[in-house]
Design a protein around this ligand. Sequence first.
Ligand code: GDG
Length: 473
Amino acid sequence: PTRSPSIGIDRDLLVVSNRLPDFRHIEGDEGVERKKNVGGLVSALEPALRARGGMWLGWSGRTVPDTDTVESGVIDDRTAQLAWFDYKESWYRDYYSGFCNGTLWPLFHSFPSRVTLSDKGWDAYKEVHEVIAEVASGHIGSRAMIWVHDYHLLMLANVMRRRGHTGPMGHFLHIPFPSLDMFSMLPWAAQILDAMLDFDLLGFHTPAHVANFLSCASSLLPAKVADDVVSHRGRITHVAAMPIGILPDTFQEPPEPAIVEEIDGLMRALGESQLVLGVDRLDYTKGIPERLIAFGRLLEMFPEWRGKVSLVQVSVPSRADVPLYAEQRASIETIVGRINGEFGEAAWVPIRYLYRSYSKAQLSQLYRAARVGYVTPLRDGMNLVAKEYVAAQDPENPGVLLLSQFAGAAVEMRDAILTNPYHADGMARDLDRALRVDLPERKARHGKLLASVQRSNAVTWAEGFLDALSACR
Ligand code: GDG
């Protein structure tokens, strides 16, 4: 990729998110180090970005001392023009780790006891919005369409409108929107809602998230709600449930021989055992300790599974510098040790815990090898792992999806076996049931799940959002 100055006042689409797709960090003054693997979001948006000469703006992944000048720039990438900016160290601490991941993330996932509230975090949240709005304004004209992603940027439309932006602006929230009770915990609840209503379109994963937003807007603001339209300060905002999807075909690509060999090696090590698979970022919302404990309960309540089933839990390192995440990691390792110590035998390891990340091709093969996809977040906006697991199955011999009732994905994926991750005994019984599903029922459930994953995919999601945003004006 090459760096180029921003030229683009004639661009008509800008996507803004905290992280750029697969854009890790800038190296030195010259090049940019990127991961080759392109995620679903950028693949889904690529056609629209190309057609509209669009640009994607986000954090470079790099922090600079507070005393330095913050740099920003543009690189031309194969998929899109990527515009980046650095964070000051204090923004990383007070905005990113602080307000975004220490306040909004736990609050929106309904973990009130994990929420930290500080004026410093709130000030940093507002300050970083101003900075991003300034960078954004340098890249587009005032009538361009802007699509903003996630909880890091809830107030961007408000700041852009103040700077004179008149073009359509939409926001998609990738995490849940909480109930009124929960949201009211935020001292700045009304300011955030008020600012969100400067967007023309607000997209959420599920009708329940939409209902929560509408109930907060009508209770905490003098806003008028009629159906899915909110009127406030003489402006109109459309609110819609638009569940995100994946690119299902990309999980059926034939693997390279080295990957086949690697997964075969794992399956040989499991011997006679059926594979139960968990894959998540290491995050307390994903319910990893609860999942491990329920697996231990399965071995107690149904001893016939001992030696016949193994859990492989892949936990991808995430936000490792946030203390809560380090604690979570330690607690998981303790539980794994306890269960393996209690039930393991020389020839059988109940839980294999892998604290690392895998390539998409490796993940696809792991999904395909697993008899049960064990996807049990305590709360999740959607959960793409559930959809990927279904997409990767062999249709002639598919596995069973065991899915938390608290994942957004549970709304569309009624043919999974749904479970309550807070109830270890119940989840152990549901796991036992999932392991016993016979081939005809596995095929029937998988056929319906796959049809839904194919119907509502990443491309239909991105097109649907942009069409709806255009239609708002
Ligand atoms: C947020 C919301 C919402 C995982 N391990 C590896 C790897 N992954 C990929 C998976 C999947 C993605 O990461 C995780 O997506 P999720 O949806 O499960 O969860 P969050 O990261 O929390 O995402 C969530 C989502 O946004 C989209 O709106 O569904 O609710 O929290 O795609 O495959 N990818 C690679 N190696 C790994 O080891 N390459």
